[in-house]
Design a protein. Structure first.
Length: 335
């Protein structure tokens, strides 16, 4: 078995430096030249036959397909962008960012794996070809091709179920849902959003088969405002459901704008439980009761998962769901 000492002697560096690199110490600060030389010696001596290869021997690709405009429209993706870049920097990984899938496919030989954010509108052809040239990949927030890549997502189905139970246990009898459209893969039918699908199931379980659902359009403030206006047109100000579960803080901000303009006061006329716990949630009127999605933890899991994929090619794909945490503010208060 090849030892750290042998690699250190051949490469010309201390055993401590070599050991920290080969064990993936994120606090180790060395030049790219030093890293490449040590890893090359480890390759030549056959060190990886008995040990796991550290993440970062080659560049990691970040396929970030959310545009600046989309990040402005939905703060969730702006914060997710910061979170994944921060985790990659903390791990001191060599990263190249792509926004175009075809460009990544063309440059796949330069990378040992990739992490993707923003899988909406990818084609199955793109996903299939990407898998052939770069099979080690983890997609954050969505799961468009579970047969090809791993994924890490917030457990939104459990979140909606928990929100529904919270409302029921606090005496709310008429509950509605506000959301947006699901994932779009090329020209295939739009997938049902998991939050909307779960709400339908849970509402039926609790005998609310006809619970009102307003779920269409993008996850933007503008679309939330449009939905809020539709709700007022349908119910007026005094016939509203007791509460709404809303799929995202971004949409909820627009709903609150429409409610305020229409004379609907939250939580006097109806209560709201939202999802995401973005910075916006604390500053709207009223401040939102909302479920916090731990984006940094999702990103840490994705990086660890990619490391495992690289070291164990061909293993079964894993799809991780990360639970959320309820943060109580004024838009819904437990009785």
């Amino acid at each position: 078995m090849v030892t750290v000492k042998e690699i250190a002697q051949r490469a010309g560096y201390s055993s401590a430096t070599v050991s920290r690199l080969l064990n993936g110490d994120p606090t180790l600060s060395i030049t790219d030249q030093t890293r490449d030389k040590i890893l090359a010696v480890a390759d030549v001596l056959g060190y990886w036959e008995d040990h796991e290869r550290p993440l970062g021997g080659k560049e990691i690709a970040l396929l970030f397909r959310v545009t600046e405009q989309e990040q402005q429209n939905d703060v969730y993706f702006a914060t997710l962008n910061k979170a994944i870049r921060k985790v990659l920097k903390q791990r001191q990984l060599h990263v190249k960012t792509y926004s175009d899938t075809e460009e990544l496919i063309d440059n796949a030989d330069h990378h040992e794996g990739f992490i993707c954010v923003g899988a909406n509108h990818l084609t199955m052809s793109e996903l299939s070809r990407l898998h052939k040239v770069l099979p080690a990949g983890v997609i954050i927030d969505t799961n468009p091709a579970p047969q090809y890549f791993d994924s890490v997502q917030p457990n939104l189905s459990l979140t909606v179920r928990n929100a529904f139970v919270q409302l029921i246990e606090n005496g709310f009898e008429r509950i509605g849902f506000i959301g947006g459209q699901g994932l779009q893969i090329a020209d295939r039918p739009i997938m049902a959003d998991s939050r909307t699908a779960t709400f339908k199931i849970v509402a039926e379980e609790y005998g609310m088969k006809d619970a009102p659902i307003f779920s269409s359009g993008a996850f933007t403030v503008e679309n939330g405002r449009r939905i809020g206006q539709q709700i007022i047109e349908r119910f007026g100000k005094i016939g509203l459901p007791d509460a709404f579960i809303c799929a995202s803080d971004t949409i909820t901000v627009g709903v609150l704008q429409a409610f305020n303009e229409g004379g609907v006061l939250v939580p006097r006329d109806t209560s709201i439980i939202s999802i995401n716990n973005s910075e916006l949630a604390k500053y709207v009127s009223p401040p939102l009761t909302t479920y916090e999605i731990d984006q940094p933890e999702m990103c840490r899991i994705a990086v660890d998962d990619l490391h495992d994929l690289i070291n164990h090619p061909g293993r079964p794909h894993t799809h991780t769901l990360v639970d959320t945490r309820l943060v109580i503010r004024q838009s819904f208060v437990r009785k």
